[in-house]
Design a protein around this ligand. Structure first.
Ligand SMILES: O=C(CO)[C@H](O)[C@H](O)COP(=O)(O)O
Ligand SMILES: [Fe+2]
Length: 216
């Protein structure tokens, strides 16, 4: 199980230091939540923050776009050396084209769905994607409670992946702590995003608690 700390819950007054702390603690990715106040009822941060953080760490940037017009940002994010671009299936009528644009820009394509969105919405594009992010909270805010009904969706996706010999990562995002990461790993998730759990205390210590919970 790989871990992607979400900087949404970092201390913004010392963001660079917090990023270095999670990198030193053994994080596998840096999860960056971009919110526009339209697709989700919250604002977070944008490209200047990504550009400022890029020289701070070699960790791959996993950019979770919670915006109504993700296609407008693909080129800008690729130019800012973001490795993974995650787009919500709910934001576009042309999901296949959007994922192709991400790949053509040289990035890994990640498709994201809300807790209430069915896997059937993304089934046809599964051969195209590098990762599938299943939201385990309703997107928009850190510190929310994990929604256990999504575990069945994780299991179903893991089964589809195995049956078709697909190679995408199965990522979960929201409400991850030592108890819920264990449930997600058992269901077949391969990457866990964690924000408030990691940054509520010493990030390296918190990362170690998550890894220990999944036997790493
Ligand atoms: O996409 C997100 C919210 O929309 C965040 O990545 C997620 O909520 C992480 O925060 P926490 O671990 O505190 O739930
Ligand atoms: Fe996220």
């Amino acid at each position: 199980m790989k871990i992607a700390p979400s900087i949404l819950s970092a201390n913004f007054a010392e963001l660079g230091k917090d990023v270095q702390r999670v990198a030193a603690g053994g994080a596998d990715y840096l999860h960056i939540d971009i919110m526009d106040g339209h697709f989700v009822p919250n604002l977070s941060f944008g490209l200047p923050i990504i550009k400022a953080l890029r020289p701070v760490t070699d960790l791959p940037f996993d950019c979770h776009l919670m915006v109504t017009n993700p296609a407008d940002y693909v080129q800008l994010l690729a130019a800012s050396q973001v490795q993974i671009i995650g787009v919500h299936a709910e934001t576009t009528a042309h999901l296949c084209r959007l994922l192709q644009q991400i790949k053509a820009a040289g990035c890994q394509a990640e498709v994201v769905i809300n807790p209430a969105t069915s896997l059937t919405v993304i089934e046809e594009v599964l051969p195209l994607v590098d990762s599938v992010l299943l939201m385990t909270v309703n997107p928009g805010f850190g510190g929310q409670k994990f929604l256990p009904f999504v575990l069945k969706k994780v299991q179903r996706l893991a089964r589809i992946k195995q049956q078709n010999n697909y190679h995408f990562e199965i990522e979960v995002d929201g409400g991850i702590d030592p108890a819920t990461i264990k449930l997600c790993a058992a269901a077949g998730a391969t990457i866990a995003v964690a924000g408030s759990f990691i940054f509520q205390n010493d990030p390296a210590k918190q990362l170690a608690l998550l890894k220990a919970a999944v036997g790493e």
